[in-house]
Design a protein around this ligand. Structure first.
Ligand SMILES: [Zn+2]
Length: 459
């Protein structure tokens, strides 16, 4: 029995781990590697194993860094089943189609601007051939994955449908319980149920995104948002929120709905201006069976936290551009979350020069992105080819993170310290992964490994 770490090893993107048991190989995640263009193209195109020999994929959740190279895998010959929770299957459909379009238009852009003959990593057609390979599984129910391997999903409380994966692998006379955290969420996140306790494991794989950091507590965010809304209404300004389409957008709508219902803030109009966010919100709204009790109660009493009077979902480019000259106050939720592409760019271009406006970041801003430059206090920003003065206020509320922080990770993992033979720390920048590994050793884990890419371990 062997476990090999092919991606998200001492890094956070391109999650991919392989379990070999009794002659079959099962893949855990098949994420898109995102980084410098040449390296990303190379890594995403070349699988370190023959894809047609993979028996099945277990997918923890729909985020692209976990699911985004599934169409590439199918394009390269994979013919097995992709197991995921039912909500993840629905979200993955929306996200992979979007990713297929992006792959095609990126390749087209390079052809047009540089004359390079570039094949897309995969096409929308590859995505359509991938979708029928998904099998939706309810939380908590065992299902067969291959000879000698079965698995079940537990709620990870990270995004809709997210799961920790419990596997039982037998090579008689041995049987090994392997638990992979997936991306672990947090207690008290809007809409989602709290993460289920991790089941006992012989072998543990844990994410470590925030393995060296702590988040501010959640209630402050609600108060801060109320203050921002009131200020914006007084000044007649615009609040522009670059937000990831899945998770953050719905969380924000939920909190806005709650503030509006309680009458604590002026009910300014809200525009959701991203086709992907609109589709993702539709999927989220269609899975009330996995909402937490509080959200189900709201649905029963004061209506949908995603579709209320002040919210409008914009479809066409014209509607979107129409907001540029429209007077505030208003709140615009648009993508992409790090301000690299998408409709958010023209909103920023028009909003940044006006001191009445405010740009609100609710997610992590990676290095070398426009979002990061704005957060770091740039006085001018290059947006859509123009140098724009930054006079709008720029505010960050990173505590909206859907990832457990160091303390929450350790609290979830510590009860498994005495039973586990080994814990592998993955899905974190090196510093975060090593910091969490130290914490796990202090918590009593006998053996903790921080694998490098390509490293294999006999179980
Ligand atoms: Zn995630």
């Amino acid at each position: 029995m062997r476990l090999t770490f092919f991606g998200a090893a001492r890094s956070v993107t391109g999650s991919m781990h392989a379990l070999e048991v009794g002659g079959v190989t099962v893949l855990l995640e098949c994420g898109l590697f995102q980084g410098r263009r040449a390296e990303a193209a190379e890594r995403n195109r070349r699988f370190p194993f023959p894809p047609r020999e993979i028996a099945a994929v277990l997918l923890s959740h729909a985020h692209i860094d976990h699911s985004g190279n599934l169409p590439g895998l199918v394009r390269a010959g994979f013919r097995g089943t992709i197991h995921a929770t039912e909500a993840t299957v629905d979200l993955a459909e929306v996200m992979l189609r979007d990713s297929g379009h992006i792959q095609e238009s990126d390749a087209e852009f390079l052809r047009r601007t540089r004359g390079e003959r570039v094949e897309p990593l995969y096409t929308v057609e590859d995505v359509e051939r991938t979708l029928p390979r998904f099998a939706g599984r309810p939380y908590g129910a065992w299902f067969p994955v291959g000879p000698g391997v079965r698995a079940r999903f537990h709620d990870a409380g990270h995004i809709l449908g997210s799961a920790s994966v419990e596997m039982e692998a037998s090579e008689p006379p041995r049987s090994v319980r392997i638990v992979f955290t997936g991306d672990l969420g947090r207690r008290g996140l809007p809409i989602l149920r709290d993460p289920s306790p991790l089941p006992p494991a012989d072998v543990l794989l844990t994410e470590s995104t925030y393995g060296d950091r702590l988040h501010p507590p959640l209630p402050d965010l609600e108060r801060d948002l109320a203050e921002i809304l009131s200020g914006c209404a007084r000044a007649g300004g615009k609040i522009v929120v670059p937000a990831f389409s899945v998770g953050r957008t719905q969380n924000l709508l939920y909190v806005l709905h709650r503030l509006y219902q309680r009458g604590e803030v002026p009910r300014i109009p809200i525009y959701v201006d991203s086709p992907l966010s609109t589709r993702a919100t539709r999927v989220v709204a269609s899975h009330p069976e996995i909402f937490d009790a509080e959200t189900r109660a709201i649905l029963g009493s004061s209506g949908s936290p995603f579709y209320f009077r002040e919210v409008r979902y914009l479809e066409s480019k014209e509607e979107s551009m129409g907001l540029n000259g429209a007077p505030g106050p208003m709140l615009i939720l648009s993508a992409s979350g790090m301000c690299e592409t998408g409709r958010i760019l023209h909103h920023l271009r028009h909003a940044l020069p006006d001191p009445r406006n405010l740009v609100l970041f609710v997610g992590f801003q990676a290095e070398h992105t426009l979002g990061r430059r704005l957060l770091e206090g740039a006085s001018f920003a290059r947006v859509l080819g123009a140098d724009v003065p930054v006079r709008a206020r720029v505010v960050s509320m990173e505590g909206w993170s859907a990832h457990a922080d160091r303390e929450e990770l350790l609290a979830a993992l510590a009860p498994r310290a005495s039973g586990a033979q080994v814990a592998f720390v993955v899905h974190g920048e090196e510093r975060a992964a090593l910091a969490l590994a130290g914490g796990l050793r202090d918590a009593g884990f006998r053996r903790v490994e921080v694998p490098s890419r390509g490293e294999a371990f006999r179980l």
